[in-house]
Design a protein around this ligand. Structure first.
Ligand code: GDP
Ligand code: MN
Length: 451
């Protein structure tokens, strides 16, 4: 789920359920707090616009290339294989002068990656189909680590076996939904193939942008200008412009948030070809892109979200370093908001919901601390139906059994809070108590800054 939709989802949830969830016991107490939460919620939505989501649907290269070729974009002929034998057969069937074998993972930088089988490089060129088989054997079932993966890499389940083409020039082309432009923008560089971030840093004048009016669509003059900026000349220029136009139309049609082609290349025979493809999709468009979302390869999904669901916990990953453990969607959003206001960034939030059991609290801590990004935990629980003493017992149990290594800031309020505070302070554990939300956020942010 995208961050914005998370916030919207939470806001809806807040409006329709929070007041009722906490029942008649908490409701009077809530009214004042609720007003504060609402304003926090709205500013959180505004801020969410600046947040980058980690959760746009991402497809494998072979899936993206299928969409591209179905829409008139030029890619190489290819097959997909999930065993070394299939890869060998595919290589023979291609009957090509040269073959390129590519590990399929949802991360870039494969060319320079390393497998835990010892094999170097997630992209290999060879003329011999037998070599394809041998290489595939060292790819499938092994982890490939690249600059964009976690250290241990990502397991390769499939390889792409494609007809290799000679490349005379590698350029870079991307189409993004860009917030600062309030719409789509083409980004290109004649210096492709390599790390585009490096080009942007060392030669920013070699990065070209073309802002597109989403209502008018891409103009031919814009596509031509980008093609020229990418260094395509003669007949190649109009061919590149045509490919750029088709890529833009595809981008729009499939509700993509990003289409990145690196290299967007040129062959000595005079063809413009998309040698690589990375497409991200707007998760809010799932309802009208059912075929695309059905391709979602869940094997690389965050296992933590699936794990949380098992215990009836809602986990949402964000990209900061403070884990938030809360009950109720409104409080989740307000907690995120107040962390931002105090200069911090939430790593995630885990919503405990109503009717809490001690074991769930334990599981929640286990999940939160499993995320290596987490440098502090902020517990912000408002006890309506939820009994704070149960939470406190769950927290102390989890702290002891999991040997918690990161600072823990706890703010509890509501039913049975005195008892809860006693449990925490008598535990002898290094738990920082906070008196209110603001205090909790300040303490959590400070504990991270100290490290
Ligand atoms: P990435 O490393 O994950 O971005 O994977 P790419 O698909 O971009 O492949 C890495 C590099 O391999 C490219 O930048 C090209 O230089 C090279 N490459 C990929 N396909 C071909 C091909 O068909 N022919 C040639 N000559 N080089 C290729
Ligand atoms: Mn690439």
């Amino acid at each position: 789920m995208g961050t914005i939709s998370v916030y919207l989802h939470i806001l809806t949830h807040l409006i329709f359920t929070t007041a009722f969830e906490d029942g008649p016991v908490g409701i009077l107490y809530f009214i004042n707090e609720e007003v504060k939460l609402m304003s926090a919620a709205i500013s959180a939505i505004h801020r969410a616009v600046q947040l980058t989501s980690r959760r746009w649907l991402n497809l494998q290269e072979y899936q993206s290339k299928k969409l591209m070729s179905d829409n008139g974009v030029r890619v190489q002929r290819f097959f997909v294989a999930d065993t070394a034998n299939e890869a060998l057969e595919a290589a023979k069937r291609l009957n090509a002068k040269e073959i390129v074998l590519k590990a399929q993972i949802l991360a870039g930088g494969r060319g320079k990656g390393v497998f835990n089988s010892g094999l170097k490089g997630g992209v290999h060129l060879t003329k011999d189909p037998n070599v394809v088989g041998q290489l595939a054997k060292q790819m499938i079932g092994y982890n490939l680590a690249t600059k964009q993966t976690p250290k241990e890499g990502v397991k390769v389940n499939k390889v792409m076996v494609a007809e290799a083409l000679d490349i005379s020039r590698e350029t870079y082309l991307a189409i993004l939904m860009d917030r600062s432009c309030n719409g789509p923008v083409l980004v290109g560089s004649p210096q492709g193939g390599v790390d585009i971030e490096e080009v942007a840093a060392s030669n920013p004048e070699l990065i070209f942008k073309e802002q597109i009016d989403i209502f008018e669509g891409i103009k031919d003059s814009q596509a031509q200008r980008m093609a020229e900026n990418l260094g395509f000349v003669g007949p190649l220029k109009s061919q590149a412009a045509d490919q750029i136009t088709k890529l833009y139309n595809l981008f729009l049609k499939i509700d993509a948030t990003q289409v990145e082609v690196n290299p967007f290349g040129e062959t000595p025979e005079g063809q413009v070809v998309c040698f690589d493809a990375k497409i991200n999709f707007d998760d809010n468009a799932e309802f009208r892109q059912k075929d695309i979302f059905a391709m979602d390869d869940k094997s690389e999904n965050e296992p933590i979200e699936n794990e949380a669901a098992k215990y009836d916990l809602k986990y949402i990953g964000l990209d900061g370093n403070i884990a938030c453990f809360v009950n109720g969607a409104g409080l989740a959003m307000a907690t995120c908001d107040i962390i931002f206001l105090n200069g911090g960034k939430p790593a995630n939030f885990l919503d405990l919901g109503g009717g809490v059991k001690e074991a769930q609290v334990y599981q929640a801590f286990k999940l939160l601390t499993a995320d290596p990004k987490v440098e502090a935990i902020l517990v912000n629980i408002f006890g309506g139906i939820v009994n704070c003493a149960i939470i406190a017992n769950g927290i102390t149990k989890a702290c002891r059994e999991l040997e918690l290594k990161v600072p823990l800031v706890v703010r509890l309020e509501g039913t049975n809070v005195q008892e809860a505070q006693k449990i925490l302070s008598n535990s002898g554990l290094p738990i920082t108590s906070a008196v209110d939300l603001e205090d909790a956020a300040k303490k959590a942010v400070a504990s991270v800054a100290k490290k």
